[in-house]
Design a protein around this ligand. Sequence first.
Ligand code: LLH
Ligand code: MG
Length: 385
Amino acid sequence: MRIAEIQVRVFTYPSRVVRDTDGHTHPGPEHAARQGLLTLRTEDGADGYCFGSPEALRPAVLDAFIKPVLVGQDPMDRERLWHGMARWQRGSGGNLTDRTLAIVELALWDLAGRALGVPVWKLLGGCRDRVPAYGSTMCGDELEGGLATPEDYARFAEQLKTRGYPAIKLHTWMPPVSFAPSVAMDLKACAAVREAVGPDFPLMLDANHWYSRTEALELGRGIQQLGYYWYEEPMDEHSTSAYRWLCDQLEIPVLGPEMAEGKHHTRAEWIRAGACDILRAGVMDVGGIGPTLKAAHLAESFYMDCEIHGGGPGNLAVLGAIPNGRWYERGLLHPFLDHDTPPPYLHRLNDPMDSDGFIPMPTAPGLGEKIHFEYIQEHLTSTWS
Ligand code: LLH
Ligand code: MG
């Protein structure tokens, strides 16, 4: 089996999600959003797919760094191909990102699963056929009836609990929200949500990512008193020492790193430094399923959990193959948005959740996505290969 063709299709679909000036997502007016679909095809017609941003899959990146490594090669040699692509990163002038690496690597896993007739989570070493989800809110906003006040968060948390979520994570207010960042407001929202869901319900906080050490400590002590389960990314993650300082002073588990570059290598350094109590990795942050699995196995060696960042079929597959990731991150959720209807380019949700709050592992081969190819064809704006 040899890879013969690498193709990207770009299409539009209606979306009500917009980004603010700091890149956080919020509800907004309906508009045509762009999405890319990468296809890897072998000379005997086996296919692997992964959705990704058209920018991450632009022709110059594929031509310079991906095609020279993949074309003519056996797609089952994922580890060798991943290292071949990853080595290009240093000399790529920043053009070959971990995100691109991840999208290509996920398509390789999808191809292998489809060709063998096996779901990827089984291929990785099946561990469980369902995983509980936590409801992960969008960042706070200033929309009336949205996530603008502590009471809004409390009301939404009640709705999420009724929907069946067995745990909830708050993203609170971050710039450019006019009153953010504010430790006092974050604590009010956390207290209101605790009051709404009761004392035993698992809650987590992912607050402003640029607090100072002292602000992060004050907020951590506050949510520790409120019985929160983990504390995530209150500071920029480039200072491992600052996280160690925080960890040393808090009893609540500190979780990280989520965004720090450096793949599984950085995760190893955080464990060694004592900068986290629970490890963090996600397929789109560390360059794919392979490095995420390495991080999770590394955490297991130290009797640590590794909580997986973000949803989607790649992260779900990893959770199906490890014992030490407690929850699937389902979201980002907002009272104005519906997360239980698939986007029009999929025939079914990738992460349907039952009334007990579990996401079943897919049974279809590969990553298990039911791609609506006709929709994509009808809404195509460009194609390159
Ligand atoms: O800043 C944001 O918009 C969120 O924190 C986002 O990055 C989200 O993916 C996250 O951190 N989840 O855990
Ligand atoms: Mg996070």
